[in-house]
Design a protein around this ligand. Structure first.
Ligand SMILES: [Zn+2]
Length: 133
């Protein structure tokens, strides 16, 4: 990497930081340039001009998998809600209506909790911390 292209990379990084990216303590596995974290949450190497996926630990990888799993469950809950909704429209039996509404409330509670976990993540583990020494 020549000096002038180094300058270009630095300029590009500065520009990205001005528009909301943050400098991280991670280095690009290919070229060693410090990685930026974009507003989208993506890591980016300004030198390689590529996004870099960082899996900091097995725990974090697992968390990502869990999050995807939770999204599946949330979709399924939504389908069940629609199913209940359809049955509610049809039934005139008050006991069945009570049952359906109770199920609906439970599903909505679960839906809410799952959404919270998806948005906020699971409690952070030690391993997920950045290591800068
Ligand atoms: Zn790089």
């Amino acid at each position: 990497m020549s000096v002038s292209s180094k300058d270009l990379v630095a300029k590009k990084m500065a520009q990205l930081i001005r528009t909301g990216a943050t400098l991280t303590s991670y280095a690009c596995p290919v070229c060693g340039t410090p990685l930026l974290r974009l507003k989208t949450g993506e890591y980016y190497c300004a030198n390689c001009d590529k996004p870099v996926v960082i899996v900091r630990s097995d725990a974090e990888e697992k968390e990502v998998m869990i999050r995807y799993g939770l999204m599946d469950i949330r979709d399924m809950l939504y389908e069940k809600l629609m199913m209940i909704n359809n049955e509610l429209k049809e039934t005139k039996d008050i006991d069945r209506i009570n049952e359906l509404v109770r199920s609906m409330v439970l599903i909505l509670e679960a839906y809410d909790k799952i959404t919270q976990i998806i948005n906020q993540g699971l409690p952070k583990t030690e391993a997920a911390k950045t290591e800068r020494k």
